[in-house]
Structure formats: C-alpha cells, structure tokens
Design a binder for this molecule. Structure first.
Ligand SMILES: NC(=O)c1ccc[n+]([C@@H]2O[C@H](COP(=O)([O-])OP(=O)(O)OC[C@H]3O[C@@H](n4cnc5c(N)ncnc54)[C@H](OP(=O)(O)O)[C@@H]3O)[C@@H](O)[C@H]2O)c1
Length: 316
C-alpha cells in the first residue's frame, strides 16, 4: 500500500517536472514589454531575455536608467521612458509599442515597476502617502495592462504581474501590502477572464531581496521624515523609543532575510514567459517558500502572534 502511494507520488512529481520543463520555440520572434527596468528585478530580467534572443521593450523611469541598460544589452533591446503613475505616459508608451510592432505580436507584458515608500505604521501616514504607493503599485499596472490587453489577446500571450509575499501576508502598515493584495486580486480576475482568449496570467511573489526598493538608508531617511511630521499627540502615544525600535526591527529583518542574488525571481519571470505551461503563482526566495507561504495558511491568531511577538511597545 505504502509502496503504491510512493510510486504514485513519484509519478506525479515526474509528470509535473516534465510538464513545466517544456519551453517555447522561436523566442527570437517574441516581443516582451517590461516596466521598471532602471534597477532591480526588471533590469536583470531585461538583460536575461535579451541574452535569450528575445525582443525586449524595456521601460525605464529615468533617462539615465535607460542609457545604462542600453550600454549593457544588444541592439535588439529598445527602451522608452514610462511613469506608470501617469496615464498619459502610459498612453504614449502603448502607441510607441504599436508603432514598433506594426503587424507583429506583443508576446508578453511584465508589470514589474513598483515603489515601497512611504511606508510606516498606518497611523503615522496620510491619505496622500497611501495614494502615492497605490498609484504606482496598483493603478499603474492596471493602466498598463488595460492599454496593452488588445495586443496580448491577439497574440494569446503572457501577463506577468509582480506581486510580493506581502500580497499574501501583511506585515507592515502603509500602502505597500494593500497594493500587493490588490495586484493579486486583479491578477486572479484577469486570469479567469483571459483564459477563453488563451492569454495566461502569472503572479510572482518574491520574498525579501536587496534592490533599490528596500535601500535601507532611503527607508530610514523617509521614516525619519514621516516621524518628524507626525501629529504631536500621536508622537506622544507611540514615544521616541517605539520609533527607534521600529527602525531597528526593520534593519534586523533586512539583514536576516534579504538576499543579494536576484536570480530566483528572474528565473520565475523567465519561466512564466517562456514555458509552454507557465504556473499561476511563483514564490521566489527561501523566506517566501519556507516562512511566508506557510504563514499565509495558519489561523489568523497564530499569524498575528508570530508577526507581533517582537514588535515595539507604545509608550502610552
Ligand atoms: N525587492 C524585494 O524584496 C521585493 C519583494 C517583493 C516584491 N518586489 C516587487 O518587485 C518589483 C520590482 O522592484 P525591485 O525590488 O526590483 O526594486 P527596484 O530596484 O526599486 O525596481 C523598481 C523599479 O520600478 C521603477 N519605478 C518606480 N516608480 C515607478 C513609476 N512610477 N513608473 C515606472 N517605474 C517606476 C524604479 O525606478 P527608479 O529606480 O528610478 O526609482 C525601479 O526601476 C516591484 O513591484 C516590487 O514591489 C520586490
């Protein structure tokens, strides 16, 4: 009985391995647009796809980011400036893409661009602070997707949305986790709607990686600025010690969890774009796979306990 069960498990494992190892042919015909290629995952993905011979349309937030990327890649890769929080910028890029493609197809869209700041305990923030993050991380990808969807439907292509492990388990205040829960919800509805059209939608859920997004010095500077502007009553209730412990906790988490090597994330993105059978969700990084994904399944009281046991204590 146990032997039969073991054989069945091995067969299922081998079947899954074989199914997911099948890759597409003619990658050199395939155009992929990636947002946020100045740095981090987007930058590395643009270089990887370029090396694979794919036609990369890399959008950058800054001229300098675009220039640097062009220097490191082949003449196939094309860049354009895009601020995903600005709908007219998104509109111009959609026109730019259509002009480049002509009669050719857009195979893939990678909604990667994102921002982490301002982030802090909810009560320290304003409506504008939330809106700033939601505009970039949630409304931006929605806008880009809606503008490019007709092209992706035509090619029966791929959409890869970069969420985060915090799109499953929230562990900080501010707009960031909310935006990633939103990205998950948008991706889920889109995946179901696009299935009859043959478009496949994948979600990438990275753990903690060292990129521009979580530059510790920037985070500390922004937090100091937020704390300085917090209402005096709120400052009194939390206290200076809370603020300092909050910053130290953030730094400790960064040092223990964040990883320099970004390939676990870009491997998932490449698979989602080039595999015959892409996965619906990819969790990237040991922290995501061993801690945060399991945490997303435990009862709420247990998750709350685990996430707050070392949290700072307010003064009053
Ligand atoms: N790093 C992590 O631990 C982690 C974990 C989970 C999920 N993620 C997600 O991964 C994605 C990529 O982030 P990353 O970690 O690679 O950080 P990153 O190095 O900061 O890359 C984000 C990119 O987005 C660009 N960007 C920011 N605002 C933009 C806007 N309004 N329009 C267009 N581009 C904009 C940034 O440009 P500038 O460099 O010029 O600002 C940068 O090139 C994000 O969606 C992030 O939420 C990251």
């Amino acid at each position: 009985m146990w032997l039969h069960l073991l054989v069945l498990v091995v067969i299922i494992f081998l079947y899954r391995w074989y199914r997911y190892s099948l890759t597409l042919e003619n990658l050199s015909d395939k155009y992929v647009l990636i947002t946020g290629c100045d740095s981090g995952f987007g930058n590395q993905l643009a270089k990887r796809l370029d090396e694979l011979g794919m036609r990369v349309l890399a959008t950058c937030l800054t001229e300098q980011g675009a220039d640097n990327l062009k220097k490191e890649t082949s003449s196939r890769l094309q860049t354009v400036i895009l601020d995903i929080a600005n709908t007219s910028s998104v509109h111009s890029v959609a026109t730019w893409v259509s002009n480049i493609l002509g009669e050719k197809d857009l195979w893939g869209l990678v909604n990667n661009a994102g921002t982490g700041m301002p982030g802090a305990p909810n009560e320290w923030l304003s409506r504008e602070d939330f809106a700033k993050v939601l505009n970039v991380n949630l409304l931006g990808p929605i806008d880009v997707t809606l503008k490019l969807l007709p092209l992706l439907r035509k090619s029966k292509g791929r959409i890869v949305n970069v969420s985060s492990i915090v799109g499953r388990v929230t562990f900080c205040g501010g707009g960031y986790c909310i935006s990633k829960f939103g990205v998950e919800a948008f991706s889920d509805s889109l995946r179901r709607e696009m299935k009859p059209f043959g478009v496949k939608v994948s979600i990438i859920e990275p753990g903690y990686f060292r990129t521009g997004l979580n530059n510790m010095q920037n985070m500390k500077d922004t937090l100091k600025k937020i704390w300085r502007n917090v209402h005096p009553e709120i400052r009194y209730s939390y206290g200076e010690e809370y603020f300092h412990n909050y910053v130290s906790d953030l730094e400790r988490t960064f040092l223990s969890f964040s990883k320099e090597d970004l390939t676990p994330v870009t491997d998932c993105m490449v698979h989602a774009l080039t595999a015959v059978h892409p996965k619906t969700r990819y969790s990237a990084g040991w922290d995501a796979q061993l801690f945060y994904v399991p945490l997303s399944y435990v009862p709420t009281f247990l998750a709350d306990f685990l996430l707050t046991r070392a949290a700072p204590t307010p003064a009053h």
